[in-house]
Design a protein around this ligand. Structure first.
Ligand code: ADP
Ligand code: ZN
Ligand code: ZN
Length: 718
């Protein structure tokens, strides 16, 4: 008989240990098995298997509990390598999250240990069949939601019976996905000759003994070209290369630039279907491809000999996962680089304070690209909105920006307008009782979306009819305050009726692929003015863009968060870097109320060091990161009394440590869930992790407590 140790999925319990099962035959490590857990079937990953000549009764007596038999072995081969399995343990320790949640974050969905597991080989897709079809109203509704290449299982989620009907009447058909991938070798002629600065950075990265280098290069300095040359070098050494990019920057343009140079690349990102992800995962596992360009989760791909990990825009917040496990990709990259004896290249025009500090200290190799390729910096000016409102009564598009837009359009150039707020009006207030219309499930004001004529909660997505009376006092005097991208769009249409104007934000790119289509139109100059949220600030490289306007540039500075100045600075620097990327000189106009803030001044001067010094001084005085580490504990609960009790209990536990502990703080409700936050700070991260783990283990073992989420080194405080 064999004794099996295995990790079982169970979302309701934070169980961080293996369970014991038995089997009559040997089972390989890291394959999945089907077992009974809490009287229900479940999947588990085998972590060890050992032979015993004792019989079941003896074993159970020895263990002191009954053990169950493995029902069935699911996989022929291990689903995870030893390295990645050990990485999961490390991830679990360093993020204080359940091991199984780490495993689930690391594996593509078709390999996850969920109960709804489907064998990837049986996944089928559907496509529409052309022809005249007569539908009932409901059939038509379902049919319209289907698209070619949709997972059949996904389609059936809409309605099993109607899908069956549509298949029967030959309106759609099912087919097996054929995993046909072109498989050619690397190399091509598109590589540009590196400038001296670029070449110097390139050589230094290859030759250094340091594991980590920081490439601090202004926007447009040709960082991407350096990555691609480095990638070629490591591929020629027969090593693997991973280029990590922020969530939104895997644009057609970026993909194009990589494809021009390497014909066989894995692009790994969240837009892929489960099946596509699984296919790409296999190509790496089976050593078919050696270069990956991808977002956060590609750090977990099953590499064999990873020579170089590049993290583009290393300061970007999409590198930190928001839900459990709240890991930062950088830490995982360091860990994997140690295992693989590879190197890590962090790159940014606005490095994180931590990375830059480490580079200055010499922990990382610091490399700089100070010049833009073939071009000068854009001319940046700031418009004081207080004055605008006083003089011109216009605060959406200032006089200066209006004039610049006009001449930009006259020259047949393109403009980007950034406003980090979507919707039409963010606040609706009653002028009689001053009450604000709020979401019933969240402590969040409702946003007016004029086009659909609805109110929308940007926190939970809930949609409301526009009321004609104030729900608090019944008055009809409802006033709409402030503006979002939709209102800017309307305003620009009014000011420039001839111009082709489009908007890109979460509302307009909701559908898959919409994002690419808008950018493609922009590239083809079918759009003159592109309005958008932070989505449009990153990585776009369009030569005809000569004007960038940033509206309410200081809005982010109003947040009380410790990191808000840095986030604002990064966004403004990035956005201004979109202007004047070719021969034509670029202009940037920043509209703000608080024009004297050091973040705005630093952007005007395009001076990272100026910002860095002031910000670090503030961080040092307050002991905020990078001068200390933080652990943020977020409790959530439908029950308002239990959450107070839970928070009080946890706070008391942490008070007994020597960390700095902030009192429980009530956060706004989201989706009917009350939320509470406890924050601890200290310089010694390892000690914090160890003691927090202990406190949390005990907490989880108690009954009737609130749900807890742990965020180690949060990028912002909730
Ligand atoms: P960054 O990533 O630093 O913002 P990019 O890599 O996008 O900068 O480079 C800016 C522009 O300069 C791109 O259009 C790129 O093709 C071009 N470029 C980069 N390096 C070179 C080079 N060595 N020779 C000519 N053009 C280059
Ligand atoms: Zn009212
Ligand atoms: Zn809501």
């Amino acid at each position: 008989m064999y004794l099996i140790e295995a990790y079982v999925t169970n979302a309701s319990l934070n169980i961080n240990r293996a369970f014991t099962y038995y089997s009559d035959y040997e089972i390989a490590k890291y394959v999945r098995i089907r077992v009974i857990f809490h009287n229900a079937p479940n999947l588990a990953i085998v972590s060890s298997c050992r032979y015993t000549d004792k019989d079941l009764n003896e074993i159970c007596e020895e263990l002191g509990f009954e053990i169950e038999k493995v029902i069935e072995v699911v996989d022929e081969e291990p689903v995870i390598s030893q390295e990645l399995f050990e990485l999961a343990f490390w991830l679990s320790r360093t993020t204080i999250s359940p091991l199984i949640s780490c495993l689930n974050s690391m594996l593509p969905k078709t390999l996850k240990t969920s109960k709804a597991y489907v064998d990837p080989k049986t996944i089928r897709k559907i496509r529409k069949i052309n022809g005249e079809h007569t539908f009932t109203k409901r059939q038509k509704e379902v049919y319209d939601q289907l698209y070619d290449g949709m997972d059949a299982s996904q389609a059936r989620k809409i309605s099993v019976s109607i899908i069956k009907k549509l298949l029967d009447m030959n309106a759609i058909e099912e087919y097996r996905e054929e995993a046909a991938f072109e498989n050619s070798l690397i190399e091509s002629s598109a590589f540009k000759q590196l400038t001296e600065e670029q070449k110097n950075a390139y050589d230094s990265i290859i030759n250094t003994d340091k594991m980590v280098s920081l490439l601090f290069g202004v926007t447009g300095s040709g960082k991407t070209e350096v990555y691609l040359h480095l990638a070629r070098h490591y591929l020629q050494q027969n090593k693997e290369v991973l280029i990590l990019v922020p969530e939104i920057s895997l644009t057609p343009q970026m993909i194009q630039r990589v494809k021009e140079r390497f014909s066989d690349v894995v692009f790994y990102h969240s837009e892929l279907s489960d099946q596509e992800r699984y296919e790409q995962y296999k190509r790496i596992r089976d050593r078919e491809v050696k270069i990956v360009v991808g977002t956060r989760s590609s750090i977990f791909l099953p590499f064999h000999d990873l020579g170089l990990i590049i993290i583009d825009e290393e300061h970007d917040s999409s590198y930190k996962q928001d839900n459990v496990p709240c890991y930062h990709v950088k830490n995982v990259a360091f860990k994997r680089a140690i295992t693989h004896r590879g190197k890590v290249l962090l790159a940014s025009a606005t490095p994180s304070l931590e990375s830059y500090t480490r580079a200055l200290k010499g922990d990382y190799q610091l490399l700089e690209l100070q010049n833009r390729i073939n071009l000068s910096f854009p001319e940046i000016s700031v418009v004081d909105l207080d004055e605008q409102v006083r003089k011109h009564r216009s605060y959406i598009i200032s006089k200066v920006l209006h004039d610049e837009l006009e001449s930009c359009l006259n020259d047949h150039k393109q403009a980007i307008i950034l406003l980090n707020r979507r919707g039409y009006s963010p606040i609706i207030r009653c002028s009689d009782c001053n009450g604000v219309l709020m979401c019933t499930d969240c402590d969040t004001p409702l946003n007016y979306h004029k086009k659909e004529n609805i109110l929308k909660c940007h926190q939970c997505g809930k949609i409301y009819q526009v009321p004609d009376r104030c729900p608090h006092c019944g008055s009809r005097e409802l006033l709409y305050y402030g503006f979002g991208t939709m209102k800017v769009e309307e305003e620009l249409h009014r000011l420039f009726p001839e111009a082709k104007i489009e908007r890109m934000d979460r509302d307009s790119v909701g559908r898959k692929g919409a994002h690419e289509k808008i950018l493609k139109r922009f590239e083809d100059h079918q759009i003159d003015i592109l309005i958008g949220t932070q989505m449009i600030a990153k990585g776009l490289d369009y030569p005809d863009v000569t004007l960038v306007g940033i509206l309410n540039a200081d809005a982010g500075l109003m947040h009380q968060d410790y990191n808000s100045a840095k986030v604002t600075f990064d966004l403004l620097m990035q956005a201004s870097g979109r202007s004047g990327r070719a021969q034509d000189e670029g202009k940037v106009i920043i509209q703000a109320f608080n024009t004297n803030h050091y973040a705005i001044k630093a952007v005007l001067a395009q001076d990272y060091n100026y910002f860095y010094n002031i910000e670090m001084n503030y961080r040092s005085k307050t002991s905020y990161p990078p001068y200390s580490h933080m652990i943020q504990i977020i409790l959530s609960d439908l029950n308002d009394e239990r959450i107070i009790r839970s928070a009080k209990y946890l706070y008391e536990q942490f008070e007994q440590t020597d960390f700095r502990v902030y009192k429980p703080y009530e956060l706004g409700k989201i989706k009917k869930m009350y939320r509470n936050r406890i924050l601890i700070m200290d310089k010694d991260l390892l000690k914090m992790l160890a003691e927090t783990q202990k406190i949390i283990d005990e907490y989880i073992g108690r009954r009737n407590m609130s749900h807890v989420k742990i965020d180690v080194d949060p990028l912002y405080i909730e």
